[in-house]
Design a binder for this molecule. Sequence first.
Ligand code: PRX
Length: 643
Amino acid sequence: MSQSIYPPNPEFSANAHVASMEAYQAMWDRARDNPERFWGELAETELFWFEKWKHVFEWNPPFVKWFAGGKTNVSYNCIDRHLATHRKNKVAILWEGEPGDQRMISYQELHRLVSRFASVLQSRGYRAGDRAILYMPMIPELPIAMLACARLGITHSVVFGGFSAEALKARIQDLDAQIVITSDGGWRRGKEVRLKDAVDEALTDCPSVRDVIVFQRTGSGISMQPGRDHWWHELDAGASEHCPAVPLDSEHPLYILYTSGTTGKPKGILHTTGGYLLQAAITMKWVFDLKEEDTYWCTADIGWVTGHSYIVYGPLSAGATTVMYEGAPDTPAFDRLWRIVEKYRVNIFYTSPTAIRALLRQGDHWPNGHDLSSLRLLGSVGEPINPAAWEWYHRVIGKGRCPIVDTWWQTETGAILIAPMPGAVPLKPGSGTLPVPGILPDVVDFNGNPMEDGKEGFLIIRRPWPSMLRTIWGDPDRYREQYWSRIPGVYFTGDAARRDKDGYFWILGRVDDVMNVSGHRLSTMEVESALVRHPAVAEAAVVGKPHEITGQAVCAFVTLKKGDHDHDALAKELRQWVAHEIGAFARPDEIRFTESLPKTRSGKIMRRLLREIVTSHSVSGDVTTLEDMGVITRLAAQQSEEE
Ligand code: PRX
């Protein structure tokens, strides 16, 4: 583990929202001692409310309500309230398409576009409580559709464009969605990703869907089903620009985002309104140290939670200019991200360790060929960042000048929970450092007893926070069981961690059957279920194996039904099969055919052994954090023995 420490640069601290360790500590203590007052004050200063709440929070474990009785609207907070200020003509969304096309949408223009689309939805009869699936590329119409839904109280569920028709179908069905908003396609690596075709395939089996609205992005031919499918631009042509935001209860469901759990069935994580938005907005200041004049860029896809909280809701509620890029980081060449940073003079840049490792490998000449002097803060999210990648990011991208905020959080947490406040907290490469105010994490053993400093254990959170998930859609028992019963009374993150003598948190990875591939969460069982649906497969066991760039890669052990099989051809076919069943990002890196799988006497597959098999190889490259895999395996074993 690297011992280097990077104290905040005094110049940076002088202008930071939180300028010293003392200021951070005082704020954190205040939040711990009187959370009601702390969050209540912030909710008043940071958000607009049509009506004030009755209680700051109501905690009936494991269910929590924040600011219940208060009336607000996320779309109003992200757009309307800025219109009476100097932000009226400030760029809200600065977008670049993969082919190089650009759009700059001011807050005033965003208001017009969102109001028009909300009118379209309203005139088709959609209202608060309905559910919309959004399956779109990274184009401005995705946040426009999200904000239009939020304006009316329609709960949205964005499905990442990389998911297949099968995965899309499962989500539409679980949600009983009435409407799907999509586009003909989008651009990625110079090719069209044909989204509408996937929607058509999914909808053969989704009777709840009444309408499909299709934005024309690529202009390639698609089929439109009369009565069900409508072009966005045709509906928009007659739309009213007057569509006021509906006052909604603070606990109104804003969105449901599916994420992988430990079974084959994805979980619909439910986020609500006031508490979610408050924490997304305030972490923009605390962690990203956002200033009025900043150009802020998070490279995530809006199909994941990072895009929800840190491309759309956090930055817009904070009145930022948020950059959005449609395509791949290596198209047309490996300097695309640096080209965008230079072109738009990006000040705050937030990306994943996978992207950093992939670009680092291509050589320093790509970033060095661009003027990156506008950057003042860098961020990392999604997986542990190994110190070597951290140092490269710091030295080559940040020129030694920019603090790096390593932000730990999850789909379930809604917002960043552990990360440095960059003007206050000294950095240690590879550590998310300290919790943000209001968050009480701990590292404990299986019985909930705190571990000594330096010892590995389960990362838990002791108290509910405003942007916490409220439940799993349609399955409150699973919510209780997954998050609040493993270690009674505390939130179980599913991560292993240790805390050092300075109280810094070091995240070691998952302790459950969840893999992290390029920062994308994937359940081993989801991939296994996909594999066993193939007619040649008898059984499958999937584990994550260390991978130099993507952190983990999918490795599948497969036993076949009787018959003659061409292993090479079948391995290829099975990889393609998984891409079809889930999405290309879930495609196994490796398929190993085996006569049998190791099992316990009760017939449970011993993934632990398989994990050892795939991790015991010496790993090339600098994936130092993955050395901790042994720890995770031990913890997982301990966990399953106790169960
Ligand atoms: O294992 C942790 C890892 O990603 C998991 C959450 O994945 P997801 O819900 O898809 O959200 C990703 C983006 C917020 C966590 O349980 N993880 C996320 N950020 C970090 C991390 N691991 C280490 N360091 C991080 N900064």
